[in-house]
Design a binder for this molecule. Structure first.
Ligand code: HEM
Length: 156
């Protein structure tokens, strides 16, 4: 009847929770071997990779575990306050994450990667900016960001 096939959301396209958990578990292993990033993460909570996976899952259309269990966008921003991240550290964080996405075989199609890298660029620049000296978080806070396809893939 000419019905259009539904396009999965980005979370589903990526492979769901297991993919994001694999991504962050692998990524934070690499981070600890990186001279620029190691000092920032050496004391991270054991649960940090799991929580970042919740956060990414939620942004890309998965369950709202980060909001329900960690306090959502406010908590995400608070975690970066006063960390005085550098642009060099941010850029390394992004490039290592992308390297890890390839390594664990995340979808490499142009449509998925365009949307994925777009949030990672945006989110990492927000983290960098709130981490600068003197920044405080106001009362008015948006809910967790929610990312969608930029260019839609074709599904047969
Ligand atoms: C899209 C970009 C990013 C996302 C989604 C993200 C996500 C998170 C989350 C969810 C937490 C807190 C986990 C919790 O609730 O306990 C966190 C903490 C943290 N983030 Fe980020 N982050 C991003 C970018 C960055 C960047 C670029 C850096 C540094 C280069 C960074 C450094 C840190 C550090 C040092 C912590 C505290 C870790 C600990 O000691 O437990 N983040 N991040």
């Amino acid at each position: 009847m000419g019905e259009e096939k539904q396009i999965p959301n980005l979370y589903e396209w990526a492979g769901g929770e297991a993919t994001f958990q694999n991504l962050t578990a692998t990524f934070y292993g690499k981070v600890l071997d990186d001279p620029l990033l190691r000092p920032l993460f050496i004391g991270m909570a054991q649960e940090h990779p799991k929580r970042v996976a919740w956060c990414l899952s939620e942004v890309f259309g998965g369950p709202k575990n980060y909001t329900e269990q960690r306090g959502g966008h406010r908590h995400l921003l608070e975690e970066h306050l006063h960390r005085h991240l550098s642009e060099q550290q941010r850029a390394r964080w992004v490039s290592l994450l992308m390297e890890t996405a390839d390594e664990i075989g995340m979808p490499a199609d142009p449509e998925f990667r365009a949307a994925f890298v777009s949030y990672i660029e945006w989110g990492s620049r927000i983290a960098l900016s709130v981490s600068q000296p003197g920044v405080e978080i106001g009362e008015d806070l948006d809910p967790m960001p929610s990312w969608d396809w930029i260019v839609k893939p074709s599904v047969e």
